[in-house]
Every structure is written in structure tokens, then in C-alpha cells.
Design a binder for this molecule. Structure first.
Ligand code: 16G
Ligand code: MG
Length: 545
């Protein structure tokens, strides 16, 4: 690092002093805290993103959001060149940067890291960082801090993409690195065109079945509702009513949104007895989580929750069906078989009934620890990898290799037997690969795929919900002095430390029919999560306790 670069960094860092006594860590989903203490952190993450861009010679993303947290919180996370999460190898550096005590300390850290990573500075080495933020009021000034961080690395450039959902920003980074167009309109067009394609391919016989095409969406008073209002203008064959769009005066994530609906299992504000019989969905504050629900008639604000596990099951069913149509041998001599590797990824939170259902379908189901970065990475091992957390984060990933094969297969089928069921299956799979955000789980694209599949099957939300019945479960949060004291293995299903604890859990679990339980330390808060499942609600409650 030359003298000029050093001077710029020292000068700009002194404008964003770190509050004393604050220690942050780049958790499951970046840094999150009360917005009032975050400007130094966001400024430093701006520097980190610029360095990552220099290192990879690619576009990098920086998103300012605290997702489903309360409106006074905020957060920041980095998107890597693929559009996925920041490589885990750089997380310790992110922690060290956020916690550097002063400007001198910070510049020393950057100098040492750049040397280790072989990162060169100077005007002929340019970095490009795309910035986005959700609708939180603190986002504007934090975005300015991020911009100054990026700009304090000579030759690096920050492009403000404005207010976005988290998945939109990830999508833009991925597309920018593929040399594709990255405007918001391009994103909306990709989603609406591929949705339209799936609707056009619906078999005649289900077209005749009456299905309510109205969907009522809870936008969590956040960015997702706002964007869905835009997107829906481009959609045909679907009526979307957006509530809690943020314009009606409610607060972000306050008794609304996917996290609230999934954890509390009650209707969000703005929904009630009048919605019995209507298909409802809920997004979280930055629109990377999606759950569905229906309001129960005997209501006490109770809902039938259709969570991430059921979205996963619906997707898996559809994908498997399309693959089997595609691979059907039309005559003995034809060799259409391509052993497509279809894999499903869940976490320990997945309801046991969903796992049984997926396995009965003949699918390979694997487990990872909680957090999108783990599930996404695992799903990328397959030709088609479908992952979902019960809380509604998820996607379907297609390998490049499989997509090339599919494109070729589609052209071949189009030339010999255009318009057959087999070719339609190829077209449907291609449309899904464009509809589902390949960079990261995306509630808006997930919602459109759910809607397309329900129309394809001619299914109501009730029919979908009856795919299997969830086992009763209970989750409890326990406040602890030191959450790092609990260490787990086997995708968080087995406690390694404190020693002896797992044996106690096993002994207790054995007392319950269909009992299953685990504990894990939170990646975002100072709590231990306890999760239990059993054959009745009382038993699940008692086991958790
Ligand atoms: C973050 C993760 C989410 C995970 C949750 C668990 C992303 C984008 N988000 O929100 O996947 O389910 O943390 O929180 O990865 P916890 O560790 O506090 O239970
Ligand atoms: Mg979120």
C-alpha cells in the first residue's frame, strides 16, 4: 500500500470511529445490531467489499438490511461474484475489521491482509461494488458510509442500486459478472417472462379446473411488498393483493411478515376472518423468506401454516414429475436416459414428516447446519439441488452442466417432436431455472413458482397443505450467559460440548413416541434454541421443556 492510499484510509476511517465496547461478529447473515452503532461497521465492510472485488476482479455486492429484525436494527452483508454469500474464508477478516479499535489498527490490518491475499492497490486495479438497502430509515446514512468505505480504496467504485430486496441485489451481482443486464426492470422481466412461460405450458385438462387465482400477500411493511406491487403489473393469469406494503402506516416486521407468521402460527396484522378460504403468503423484511398460510374458519386468528418444508415438497414433486416425463423412453431403441442427480437439502428444523415424505418420493435428502450459506453450497453439488429451511429461505439450483444438457435436449426434441409432452417438460424445467433466482433464496421468485405449480396441478392451498401432516413440534429460546459453550456436530443434531449433555437429551427423547429433539446455539442472538418433535403437541411441549 502506498503512502497516498494509507493517508486516504486513515483520514476516511477517522470519520467513522468505532463505538467503544462494541464487539460484532459476521454471523449467519452478516453483521446485525442496533442501527445507531453500525456506521463504522458498514464503512469497514465497504472497504472489505472493495478488497474482495480487487481480489476476484469481479463485481461484489453489499446489502444493508437486518431482514426480519425490528425496524431500529440494521445490518450489512456481502455478496460474492456468483451472487452467493461472502466466502467463509473471509469471515474472520470481516470480524477483525469490524472490531479494529481505531484507524491505525484498521489500516495495519488491511495492509497485512492485502499482503497475505496478494491484493494490489492503485489506480490501474479497479474494484466495483454494487450497493443496495432495504426500506429501513437508517439505510440511507449507512449506505453513505458504505460508499465512503468503497471509495477509500483508490480506483474502486461504488454503484448505488437504491432500495432493493436482498435477493435482487444478489441477482444483480451474479448477472453483472456474467456480462448480462442488471437493471431492476431486467429482473422483473426475467421473473414475469418465465412465470408466463410456465402458465402457457399448463396442460389443457387442469386449465379447465376451477382454481381461485387470487393471492393475498403480507409484505411485512417492507421492501418486498413495494417490489411485488411493481412486479405484479407484468403478470398475467394471477391476481395479487398486497397488504402491509409499508404504505398503510404499520412498522416493518411488527406483528407482520414471514418470521412472525412462521414462529407464532397466527395471522399477521391486516388479515383476519374475512380471509378464510383465500390463499395467503407472507414475505420477510428483505424478501428472502416466504411462507404460505390459510386462515382457519373456527378462527382465533389461527392459521394452517404452509412453511418452507411444504414449499420444498411441492417443488420437489413438480421437478421430479417433469424429469420423469423428460426421461420417458418413447420406444425401445431410444436412449433418452440421463441420470439426473436430484438432491434435497434440509436442516434439523425440517419437520420430520416432511423428510419422511421426501424420502418416500425416492429422493436423496441431506442435512446441513442452519444458514443459507450452508444449504446453498450443498445444493450446488447436484444437477438440480432443492434446498429450504422451514422458515422459508430456499431455492432450486441448476448446475451449468445440467443446463447445457437440457438446452441441447430441448433443441433436439423441438427438431424431432415439437410440442410433445416431453419437450414441454424440457421447456418447463428451463423456465424454472430462469424463474428461480440462482444466486440466493428469493421470496418473489419462489412465490411465482408456487403459484405456477398450483395452477399446473389445479390444486388449492388446502390440497397442497394435505401433502403430509406436520408432526407436532415446539421451539423454545433459552437465554444463556455464553452461547458459544454449546458446540454441535452432524448438522446440529448432536451436542459435542458440554460433554454428557447429549446423553441426557437422548435419554429424555427416548421416552416419547416419535420423539426427536436437538439444541443449537443461535448464529444471530445470545440464545440457545431448543427444538422438539413428538406424536402429540403436549408431548412435544413437554419434551422441549
Ligand atoms: C439467519 C439466516 C437464516 C437462519 C437464521 C437462523 C441467512 C440469509 N439467514 O437469518 O438462514 O435460519 O439466521 O437464526 O442465512 P439463528 O441462528 O438466530 O437461529
Ligand atoms: Mg430475510
Amino acid at each position: 500500500m502506498d503512502e497516498e492510499q494509507r493517508k486516504i484510509l486513515l483520514e476516511s476511517a477517522s470519520r467513522f470511529p468505532k463505538p467503544q465496547g462494541v464487539k460484532l461478529s459476521y454471523g449467519t447473515a452478516g453483521f446485525r445490531a442496533d442501527a445507531s452503532i453500525l456506521s463504522s461497521t458498514v464503512f469497514r465492510v465497504g472497504i472489505l467489499a472493495a478488497l474482495r472485488s480487487l481480489k476476484t476482479q469481479s463485481f461484489i455486492g453489499l446489502m444493508i438490511t437486518a431482514s426480519h429484525n425490528q425496524v431500529s436494527d440494521n445490518g450489512v452483508k456481502v455478496a460474492d461474484p456468483s451472487g452467493g454469500m461472502l466466502t467463509q474464508e473471509w469471515e474472520p477478516f470481516a470480524d477483525a475489521m469490524a472490531n479494529a479499535v481505531d484507524a491505525e489498527d484498521l489500516v495495519q490490518l488491511i495492509t497485512d491482509f492485502a499482503k497475505k491475499e496478494n491484493i494490489s492497490f492503485g489506480a490501474d486495479h479497479s474494484g466495483q461494488v454494487l450497493l443496495g438497502r432495504d426500506t429501513r430509515p437508517s439505510g440511507e446514512s449507512l449506505l453513505e458510509a458504505a460508499k465512503q468505505g468503497v471509495n477509500s480504496i483508490v480506483g474502486s467504485f461504488a454503484a448505488d442500486k437504491g432500495v432493493l430486496t436482498t435477493p435482487q441485489l444478489h441477482w444483480m451481482v451474479r448477472c453483472a459478472n456474467k456480462g448480462m443486464r442488471v437493471s431492476e426492470l431486467d429482473y422483473f422481466e426475467q421473473l414475469s417472462n418465465s412465470f408466463g412461460c410456465l402458465i402457457d405450458l399448463i396442460p389443457q385438462k387442469t386449465m379447465l379446473q376451477l382454481m381461485d387465482d387470487t393471492l393475498k400477500v403480507d409484505g411485512a411493511n417492507g421492501v418486498g411488498g413495494e417490489k411485488l406491487e411493481e412486479l405484479k403489473k407484468l403478470l398475467k393469469g394471477l391476481v395479487i393483493q398486497v397488504h402491509n406494503s409499508g404504505k398503510e402506516g404499520g412498522f416493518l416486521n411488527d406483528r407482520v411478515g414471514a418470521d412472525y407468521v412462521q414462529k407464532e402460527k397466527i395471522v399477521p396484522c391486516g388479515f383476519g376472518p374475512n380471509d378464510v378460504g383465500i390463499r395467503c403468503a407472507s414475505l420477510d423484511g428483505d424478501a428472502d423468506r416466504l411462507v404460505y398460510f390459510r386462515v382457519l374458519s373456527e378462527s382465533n386468528n389461527k392459521i394452517d401454516l404452509v412453511d418452507g418444508d411444504k414449499i420444498l415438497s411441492l417443488f420437489a414433486l413438480f421437478m421430479k414429475e417433469q424429469l420423469s416425463i423428460l426421461n420417458k423412453k418413447e420406444n425401445e431403441n431410444a436412449n433418452n436416459d440421463h441420470p439426473v442427480q436430484l438432491g434435497v437439502v434440509q436442516t434439523a428444523y425440517a419437520n420430520g414428516a416432511s423428510t419422511i415424505y421426501l424420502k418416500q418420493m425416492g429422493l436423496e435428502v441431506v442435512f446441513t447446519p442452519t444458514g443459507v450459506k450452508y444449504l446453498h453450497e450443498k445444493a450446488a453439488d447436484y444437477d438440480i439441488g432443492i434446498y429450504f429451511e422451514a422458515n422459508g429461505h430456499g431455492a432450486i439450483l441448476f448446475s451449468e452442466h445440467f443446463l447445457c444438457w437440457l438446452e441441447a435436449k430441448n433443441s433436439e426434441l423441438a427438431s424431432i417432436s415439437k410440442g410433445t409432452e416431453q419437450q414441454k417438460a424440457a421447456l418447463r424445467l428451463l423456465a424454472v431455472s430462469k424463474l428461480i433466482n440462482q444466486a440466493v433464496g428469493d421470496a418473489l421468485s419462489g412465490l411465482l413458482l408456487v403459484e405456477a405449480i398450483l395452477q399446473h396441478m389445479g390444486w388449492s392451498i388446502q390440497k397442497w397443505s394435505e401433502l403430509y401432516q406436520d408432526l407436532p413440534s415446539r421451539q423454545i429460546k433459552v437465554k444463556v450467559a455464553d452461547r458459544t459453550a454449546v458446540i454441535t456436530t452432524n448438522a446440529e443434531t448432536v451436542v459435542v460440548r458440554p460433554s454428557g449433555l447429549q446423553e441426557v437429551i437422548d435419554a429424555e427423547t427416548d421416552k416419547y413416541a416419535k420423539g426427536r429433539s436437538f439444541i443449537r446455539s443461535s448464529g444471530t442472538k445470545d440464545v440457545i434454541h431448543v427444538c422438539a418433535e413428538a406424536s402429540t403437541q403436549e408431548a412435544a411441549d413437554s419434551l422441549a421443556k
